[in-house]
Design a protein around this ligand. Structure first.
Ligand SMILES: NC(=O)c1ccc[n+]([C@@H]2O[C@H](COP(=O)([O-])OP(=O)(O)OC[C@H]3O[C@@H](n4cnc5c(N)ncnc54)[C@H](OP(=O)(O)O)[C@@H]3O)[C@@H](O)[C@H]2O)c1
Length: 231
């Protein structure tokens, strides 16, 4: 069944995931603070069938919202972003953001003890929040077939997702359409672990570790073996 996918944050991650979500006959609309900007016009002309509108309008139209805005480290920033979405009752939100501290630390929210996704869920109790696609670099997001990872010959890869579980089937359908094997890891509590994986690949991919870590760099994917058998 086709899914109406709203993408909030039409930057490098949002536009990549929006383009991937078009597969499988889904519809995609981008939410932007300036839907008529040249940047948005260029994006829409490169992805036939997409359109753009204000955030509340896109959220109201969408079944599933991909949240790809800059990550907020503090609860306050996450709550403010949540408020900007408008009425999210019954909506599925796939949170791709990484709530990291500023460079050069780039640490996840160890001090707060919760994930950004849990703070988002608490701020939006009427929405169903999931965490996915935050565990790898944007340049690898469209390589669920395994082609982007040097030395990997195992074929299609798994995308871990946490949240729900009420909308697991819909999220799995979208992840499959986007070229990955959906690998459910548990309720939103486990977004803590997915955000920690993001901290790890970012640590391996940026200086100083990124300059010495020849093996990993940003070439990082976490493959749960049990999930690599397609249903
Ligand atoms: N880059 C990666 O490799 C990667 C990988 C995994 C996860 N992530 C996470 O994905 C998120 C996006 O990263 P990115 O690299 O795509 O960043 P980006 O290129 O800077 O894009 C962020 C987009 O969000 C928009 N935006 C900012 N505030 C907004 C708001 N309040 N409402 C709607 N749109 C808003 C910006 O639009 P304007 O400023 O033009 O309005 C911009 O287009 C971040 O949380 C990041 O941690 C990134």
């Amino acid at each position: 069944m086709s899914i109406k996918v709203g993408v909030v944050g039409a930057g490098s991650v949002g536009s990549t995931l929006g383009g991937m979500a078009l597969k499988g006959g889904n519809s995609v609309k981008y939410a932007s603070r300036d839907p008529s900007s040249d940047k948005i016009k260029e994006l829409l002309s490169s992805q036939a069938g997409t359109s753009a509108d204000t955030t509340p309008n896109v959220v109201s139209w969408a079944d599933v919202i991909i949240l790809a805005t800059p990550g907020a480290y503090e609860d306050e920033g996450i709550t403010k972003l949540a408020e900007s979405l408008g009425d999210v009752t019954g909506k599925v939100i796939i949170d791709v953001t990484n709530p990291l501290s500023a460079f050069p630390g780039l640490e996840v929210r160890w001090k707060q003890g919760t994930s950004g996704a849990e703070v988002l869920q608490a701020a939006l109790p009427n929405a169903i929040i999931y965490k996915a696609f935050n565990t790898l670099g944007v340049e690898n997001m469209s390589h669920g077939d395994g082609s982007g990872f040097a030395g990997w010959t195992g074929g299609q890869l798994s995308m871990m997702y946490a949240g729900g579980p009420e909308k697991n089937d819909q999220v799995a359908t979208l992840i499959k359409a986007m070229g990955w094997i959906p690998a459910y890891v548990g309720p939103i509590r486990y977004a803590r672990n997915l955000e920690a994986i993001a901290e790890l690949w970012i640590h391996l991919g940026v200086p100083p570790a990124g300059t010495t870590s020849v093996f990993w760099g940003r070439n990082f994917v976490f493959e749960p073996i049990g999930a690599s058998i397609p249903e």
